[in-house]
Design a protein around this ligand. Sequence first.
Ligand code: ADP
Length: 631
Amino acid sequence: MQEKGTISIHTENIFPIIKKFLYSDHEIFLRELVSNSVDATQKIKRLTSLGEYTGDLGETRVEVSVDKDKKTLTISDSGIGMTAEEIKKYINQIAFSGATEFVEKFKDAGDAKEIIGKFGLGFYSAFMVAGNVEIDSLSYQEGSEPAKWVCDGSTEFEISAGSRTTRGTTITLHINEDSEEFLEEARVQGILDKYAKFLPIEVMFGQKDESVPDGEDKEGKPKYKTVKKDNIINNTAPIWTKSPSDLTDEDYLQFYKELYPFSEDPLFWIHLNVDYPFELTGILYFPKLKNDFEVQKNKIQLYSRQVFITDEVKDVVPEFLMLLHGIVDSPDIPLNVSRSYLQSDGNVKKINSYITKKVADKLGDLFKKERESYESKWDDIGLFVKYGMISEEKFYEKAKDYALVKNVDGNYFTLDEYSAHIEANQTDKDKNKIWLYANDPARQHTFTAAAQDKGYDVLVFDTPIDSHFINHMETKLENTQIKRVDADNINKLIDKDEKQELAISDDEKESLKSSFEKAIDNGTYKVEVQPLAPSDAPVTVTMPEFMRRMKEMQATGGGGGFNMFGSMPDSWDVTVNGNHPLADKILKAKTDKTKEKVAKQAFDLALLSQGLLEGADLTNFIKRSTDLLSK
Ligand code: ADP
């Protein structure tokens, strides 16, 4: 019995087209074929449990093997199998009725996954790597005859009697010369590790050596011998498929290690589990953040019914959670359509906001129940929370109650707590509450100390996202301004309208100013003489808050139109304290040269206190100071 036929497509030859368009993703043929085998195996198991199949279920592994001499790769299962009729129906007719449309539509398409899924080409992806493909199958149905289908990648196929004696299907690929990489064990193992790691049916690929105990030697020491063991690729019951109530912390930590063998333990995790209005399971871990964010991105893996799909989870997971680790498994995400479609897909949107809500609730829970531990983790989770608050209004609404700020003494406050904490002392003459912060407390110590002397509190905002967070918070918090502690003299930062009298005359003020201007002799500094307390610093060098933010925005690529004018020049304010004894000393110096020398020294000291004195200026300053000491 032999039958020849033509695969029902209305274009000459689909396979060169498949090959041409799918070149970048050749390896997924194995995912498709193994998934088919897993599906067929699950079907027979289901039929058995429904009592519709009463034969012996037997071993239900899917076996992958390569034969380098014959140049074949084989995928074999004990699934439901197919009769000759079914092969003709499922394999030959498939979605190829739309082949002409397919060719037209995807002439310019680039994404293999897109095409494969859309046209149900799963099985046919085998022709990306094989010139000849055989199906040998025996259906579970009583009285079935084994059937064999052979196709050489043209539209011609042949069906004859098969040779399988047990239920199931064997697919044999005669690998093309230019695809011989798929005959290499390491390559095949790699692909299976990537796509099949958590498939629900055992997948076996050859055998591997394993060392097992083998009694004792003459001295009573344990002996070992090497034996061949079946090489099972997958963990068929990964923990995200189980119920959280059946799992311990240890289970979650162990699974994390399985996913990311070289990572530190995560801070905590969220088990996702919904079945309406979409199906989704998974586990998201909050990692300890390292500074290299890029390396940590794309660590979430997307699965569809335990088949690995991709680690590009953009759109499915909100942008601000891209640094999380873990697994999202959903059969409801349209994986095979283009990016723009994904963005507007209703399920994807729902999934995205579900994940956002779950994360927001989990954080709120931790904050309420374990504030101390939450605070200790804040330095790591703060980045997610701040990013989320900036980018998602819904998240902001929840997170504003448990987002924390930390002051230089290491105390944590919620936003409301902090507002209340500083209100009495840090409200200026216009009734604005002024939050002060340092982004580099060591460097800004002089300014911080000056603020603390006045009884003010200083926060620490030192992460990459903080400048954006500050901008955002100013739009949210009422009557509140957030100022870096070194942006001006502290009396100006929190202006309470407490006027100090200037102890020197107007002429003296002018003379003092000009001594400094000559001493500094540099256009980037603007000198002003101010009436401050004698105990305040004699000279301070500051960059106005507004100017600094502009520059920061520019540095991070923001700031819009300003970039058109090239980079902004530095601009610093030099405040000379006219009431400081040093001002008097400069005014009373005998020569202009001495005046300038002292002014220069005082100016350099101000720079030095902020770590702004560098290079030749620093060398000269040290030399001058040494000379002075030796006099
Ligand atoms: P899809 O899997 O998307 O339906 P495929 O082209 O991969 O598309 O497969 C077409 C059909 O062929 C399957 O739906 C299934 O009915 C049948 N089939 C493929 N592989 C097997 C197998 N190993 N065992 C039983 N049936 C199979």
